[in-house]
Design a protein around this ligand. Structure first.
Ligand SMILES: [Zn+2]
Length: 220
């Protein structure tokens, strides 16, 4: 079984790419956003404290706090399947914590996949973007419209627009992201497992590039 980490600027379409993979391959999708929400819903006190005091207010918990939960969260995924981790390590400081958590499950990262886009592409894609608050699927009137207006195709929840999906908000997040991701890229490049994917072309083209670069064990 393979373990892949996907990461990229918001608007690079990494979530969409994972959804496309899930249609073709039987893989486990691991997301920390989902982890915080679900564990909080399930009444996990440690998760609830972090979610209500930090995550909800846009403050990211420390690697110690996050990966203490990740270690328990990983337990629920099928160890015989390939895993795709969605931005589970997003800063270089989190990489050793991710390595340690995976090791507990007898796994190690096979590839770190980074989806790269220029700023103007990010701006274009994020204007009008909608997100499902329940399953985190994203939609866009131009690039990926939902089937029923305002309703998530996957789970039927009402779609929302993020408050910081304004041009100024996107620009600021883009700059912060570029700065913070460089050490992450360097670390995985040094390890020889970095794959950089140009996320400017169409969703289909990017998808083909992804499957050309990665191997999956179970075809649906
Ligand atoms: Zn949904």
């Amino acid at each position: 079984m393979k373990t892949y980490l996907f990461h990229g600027q918001i608007g690079a379409g990494k979530d969409t790419q994972v959804e496309m993979l899930l249609k073709k391959f039987d893989v486990e999708r691991v997301s920390t956003g989902e982890m915080f929400r679900k564990m909080t819903e399930e009444g996990d006190q440690e998760a609830a404290d972090l979610f209500n005091n930090k995550v909800k207010h846009g403050i990211w918990p420390s690697p110690e706090e996050t990966f203490s939960l990740v270690k328990r969260w990983l337990k629920r995924f099928d160890s015989s399947k390939d895993w795709v981790l969605l931005s589970v390590a997003r800063y270089a400081e989190q990489i050793p914590f991710l390595d340690e958590a995976l090791k507990e499950y007898g796994r190690s990262l096979d590839k770190a996949v980074h989806f790269t886009i220029p700023e103007e592409v990010a701006l274009d894609r994020l204007a009008g973007r909608q997100i499902c608050p329940n399953c985190q699927a994203t939609y866009h009137p131009k690039y990926k419209p939902e089937k029923v207006k305002g309703v998530c195709d996957l789970c039927g929840s009402k779609l929302e627009v993020r408050k910081d999906d304004t041009p100024e908000g996107v620009k600021m997040r883009f700059e912060q992201y570029s700065k913070s991701v460089q050490p992450w890229l360097d670390a995985y490049k040094q390890r020889g497992i970095l794959i950089e994917i140009d996320a400017t072309p169409s969703i289909e083209d990017i998808h083909n590039e992804v499957i050309k670069n990665l191997e999956f064990t179970n075809v649906r």
